[in-house]
Ligand binder design. Structure first.
Ligand code: PEP
Length: 267
């Protein structure tokens, strides 16, 4: 069963509510026919309800869904500054990025914390987008696969087979995030194959074959097609380039399944 491509925009701490609505107005006409790709936008928390509404008002609610960049694992409580899953669900959010390397490196998120969040997101029926990836030092020490195995084991430990198959794993080598230094298609595919093997060992072949594994790290319009052409690369998590709707639309176009590209004479 072919995996439907999944492309998510991680805006990080960029864009006000007004800028978010303007972005939706610019993006939607550009992706009107991108029917074979799951398109996901992850703005900062304050813009989530406005983006859900804007996408629906523009008639694109069935093609574009909205994700949060983080969540607390508990449904409520004395956790100043945090946001819960019920709050996100009430806004119309359907996916959550968990364990981004910036959360791990700058805000002290651990594998155990990622596990708790991933469990909670999946139990609530939302899609966890679980980020994994090695640092430059780990790659240079030949430890890339060990790090990926550990992060997959720890981060997805609480999922059932079905939940693992429905999850999205984002392979984001830390050295490629925001640096302009992108993994080669071969490097990305090798890491994705290792992640899929790791998933298969824990959850079985069916779940591993269903799970979308997407690449993140300096994806741009000019390198997206080569990355997406790799058999185990099922989409992208895009940071910097997703802030420009024209650039993000170009990445989406490069991500379409081969058949739709042939039909439109893109091959
Ligand atoms: C990210 O933050 O998830 C990311 C991949 O960023 P960039 O595309 O800017 O490297």
């Amino acid at each position: 069963m072919p995996r439907r491509p999944f492309v998510a925009a991680n805006w990080k701490m960029h864009k006000t509510v007004g800028e978010t609505v303007d972005y939706a107005r610019e993006l939607v006409p550009r992706v009107g026919d991108a029917g074979d790709v799951d398109i996901v936008l992850a703005p900062p928390f304050p813009a989530l309800p406005a983006l859900v509404d804007a996408v629906a008002d523009l008639g694109a609610g069935d093609r574009i869904t909205v994700a949060a960049q983080n969540v607390h694992a508990e449904p409520q409580g004395a956790f100043t500054g945090e946001v819960s899953l019920p709050m996100l669900q009430a806004c119309g959010v359907t996916a959550v990025i968990v364990g981004h390397s910036e959360r791990r490196q700058l805000f002290g998120e651990t594998d155990a914390g990622v596990d708790a969040k991933v469990r909670a997101v999946a139990a609530a029926g939302l899609t966890p987008i679980v980020c994994v990836g090695e640092t430059l030092a780990e790659r240079e020490a030949g430890r890339t696969f060990d790090v990926l195995d550990r992060q997959i084991d720890a981060g997805l430990a609480g999922l059932s087979r079905e939940q693992a198959g429905a999850a999205v794993v984002a392979y984001e080598p830390v050295w490629a995030i925001g640096t302009g230094r992108v993994a080669t298609p071969d490097q990305a595919d090798a890491a994705h194959r290792r992640i899929r093997a790791s998933l298969a060992a824990r959850f079985g072949d069916d779940a591993a074959g269903a799970c979308r594994i997407i690449y993140g790290g300096s994806v741009k319009p000019d390198n997206a097609a080569a990355l997406m052409a790799q058999p185990d690369v099922d989409g992208a998590l895009v940071g910097g380039a997703s802030l420009d709707p024209a650039a993000f639309a170009e990445i989406l176009a490069a991500t379409r399944p081969p058949d739709s590209r042939i039909m439109e004479g893109r091959c």
